[in-house]
Design a protein around this ligand. Structure first.
Ligand code: NAD
Length: 393
């Protein structure tokens, strides 16, 4: 099959196995060029391991620290007629690269919110790893089935309190336009917290501890985006921000509940980047295209892998890591500092349909978007006939 990108709205509905493998390889190569992560964990569970920040966390653990990694993700396998999702191909490529270096790498594909998948994960840890000393929680999902009630909750991306009118960029129509987002009601806020808040992170840690597979002095982190004034109305102070605030509560609860094991639980704030999750958020493609331009010019631009390597070396496994007032690791400072934000704000005020491509780095944004699905990678022949059926070993 010759595989070319099929873009529908903010998503690409197919993926290229060779391109995804090249994208994974690029991140592995980056990590291999960095100094090893000193004092890093040797047995790592990554929940949400197949794309974006979770995949970068897995690559950093394995290739930066030589860790065994067990991953959990929710991806579609390929058929003769339809490609797999990118996360599937990424996982296949990660397994191959890890196994080639004698590193343990296994992945469970299923619903991380379910008790069944938690039980399966625990059984695998018991049988193959003994315990885990780092748990990365990197899920991004639009819905969650509560394992106790069976009820399915959906998250919404809406402002809180009042309607918000803003500029946005429609990637599909190449159009800068104004949108008004109506405020969420109380149910929508509560449901978003249920999906993207800290409840499931706590359930994971409890299940692992109860089963005796959480090591003493284990660390765990969940990822957040805090941002600044430009994104607060749709992110930080919006429904998703409310869910992310709940992570701070959950981190404290995890530390308290597992103090017998001296578990360290942190929320880590990362910068805005193109991922499958962020391209679905209104305003983000415009904001990210602008920060790409500004940060590339400043020489401060980073991708998922650079962010996570710094999180490990300057945060999680640093001797004198600095936490913010809420006890979080802040890897987003190069984006959120006042000087950089002022430059972005100035561009934001000026940007129109006419000057968008001049002021913003949409080319960079779009190239990164395509890379998420394995397209546009140098050295990959996109006219070649490839077999979409790539399985994990
Ligand atoms: P992503 O879409 O690239 O990755 C999501 C991962 O979750 C994938 O591995 C997917 O398979 C997995 N997943 C989703 N639903 C699942 C389920 N039910 N069961 C098992 N696995 C499931 O997203 P991302 O952008 O890397 O986001 C990861 C975390 O980082 C999120 O908490 C997000 O809010 C946070 N974050 C993202 C950004 C950004 O700009 N992208 C910035 C800061 C923080």
């Amino acid at each position: 099959m010759v595989i070319q990108p099929k873009i529908r709205g903010f998503i690409c509905t197919n993926a290229h196995p060779v391109g995804c493998a090249a994208h994974v390889r690029e991140q592995i190569d980056y990590i291999k060029q960095q100094p090893k992560v000193a004092g890093a964990p040797q047995r790592v569970l990554v929940i949400g391991c197949s794309t974006g920040y979770g995949l970068a966390s897995r690559i950093t653990s394995a290739f930066g620290a030589g860790a065994k990694t067990l991953g959990v993700c929710f991806e579609k396998e390929p058929t003769e007629k339809k490609t797999a999702t990118a996360g599937w191909y990424n996982t296949a490529a990660f397994h191959e690269a890890a196994h080639a270096e004698g590193l343990y790498a296994e992945t469970l594909n299923g619903d991380a919110f379910s008790d069944e998948l938690k039980a399966e994960t625990i059984a695998r840890i018991k049988a193959e790893m003994g315990q885990v000393d780092l748990v990365i929680y990197s899920l991004a999902s639009p819905k969650r089935k509560d394992p106790e009630s069976g009820e399915v909750y959906s998250s919404t991306l809406k402002p809180v309190g009042k309607a918000y009118t803003t500029k946005t960029y429609d990637t599909d129509k190449d159009l800068v336009k104004e949108i008004t987002l109506e405020p969420a009601n109380d149910d929508e806020i509560a449901n978003t917290v249920k999906v993207m808040g800290g409840e499931d992170w706590e359930r994971w840690l409890k299940a692992l501890a109860d089963a005796g597979v959480l090591a003493e002095n284990a660390k765990t982190t969940a990822y957040t985006y805090i941002g600044k004034e430009l994104t607060w109305p749709i992110y930080g102070h919006a429904t998703i921000g409310k869910a992310k605030e709940d992570l701070d509560r959950a981190a404290a609860a995890i530390r308290g509940d597992h103090s017998d094991l001296n578990v360290e639980a942190y929320v880590s704030s990362l910068k805005a980047l193109v991922t499958q999750a962020s391209s679905a958020i209104p305003v983000m493609p415009l904001y990210i295209s602008l920060i790409y331009g500004v940060m590339k010019e400043e020489g401060t631009h980073e991708g998922c892998i650079e962010q996570i390597y710094r999180l490990f070396t300057e945060g999680l496994y640093a001797d004198n890591a600095v936490l913010d007032e809420a006890g979080r690791f802040r890897m987003d400072g190069k984006e959120t500092n006042p000087e950089t934000q002022a430059k972005i704000k100035a561009l934001w005020d000026q940007v129109t349909q006419e000057n968008f491509h001049e002021l913003a780095d949409y080319e960079g944004y779009h190239a990164d978007f395509l890379k998420l699905f394995g397209f546009g990678m140098a050295g990959v022949d996109y006219d070649a006939d490839v077999d979409p059926v790539v399985l994990w070993s």
